[in-house]
Design a protein around this ligand. Sequence first.
Ligand code: UDP
Ligand code: MG
Length: 319
Amino acid sequence: MTISIVIPCYNEEQAIPSFYSEVTKITAQIDADFELVFIDDGSKDQTLSAIKALPAKPRCQIQYKSFSRNFGKEAALLAGLEAASGDYVCIMDVDLQDPPELLLSMYDTLCEGEYDCVAARSVSRHGYSPLRKCCTKFYYALINRISKTEIVTGARDFRMMTRPMVDAILQLKEYNRFCKGIFSWVGFKTKWLTFENKERVHGSTKWNFFSLSAYAIESIVSFSTLPLMLPFLFSFLLLAAALVLCIVLIVKAISGAGVMGLAILCALFLVGGIITGCLAILNLYFAKAYLEIKKRPIYIVKETNITESAAHESKNEIR
Ligand code: UDP
Ligand code: MG
């Protein structure tokens, strides 16, 4: 049994030694070989040197990939998952905000065989600014309303997954990646562990208001085409307003009042409604094309008793 731990790192030279010492205290309690896959996401400090300087420990192999520049955490996670060869694969932040002791229960739960993934969600947000807490709350409410893919509140990337689930994740080759959505999209049975959020041991968060907002928009665009349907609503409102104005105009015209201004407004609403309606129809097709471009698998098989060769033979017989 080999367990891979994927660790994205960006400017984390101080955090790496403490992460390694805390995590290896826990991994030593698990009867498995470990593979720590550090991804240096184009750090500007001595992160890579800190990884290379980590002392060897029994049953724990250190691997790394260092990016040519900062590509972002999502890219680092993909690189890590691609490099991981373990039977179970775990994702952890290097700042010790993901409690290493949870690895023990994650491992035990996966070994029982009922679950394919054990993921962690924080139930508090200590250390985050009030603005970030407020925006986060709004974000989860919004995305879960407009997307069919559930994003669990407080879910972290911190999780341990079985090999079939990791292989399924790697089938999603989309360029704009939002891992929390991808983990949920591929399905598989997930058990959630809750914990109190902790502050970072070293350094500060890599996110600011603008990068978080961009990340939130990215996730919405990746997992919902509902915003593309907004022109339908605008078109309906404009055409309804045009209809009401038209009725008022007719009534006024019959009573002999001047209706020039009203007629111009009515025409504006009508033309606006027709144009937005056409845009809405275009968006319908665009939404379909957008999903096609992503080339996500149409389904993911978790278990079957049909072997590849048997399926192939029966296809040939039909021909
Ligand atoms: N990270 C990364 N690339 C980035 C930003 C962050 O690899 O461009 C890593 C970072 O080193 C850390 C993890 O992603 O291990 C989470 O980052 P951070 O702690 O800043 O996020 P937060 O916990 O505040 O959400
Ligand atoms: Mg953090």
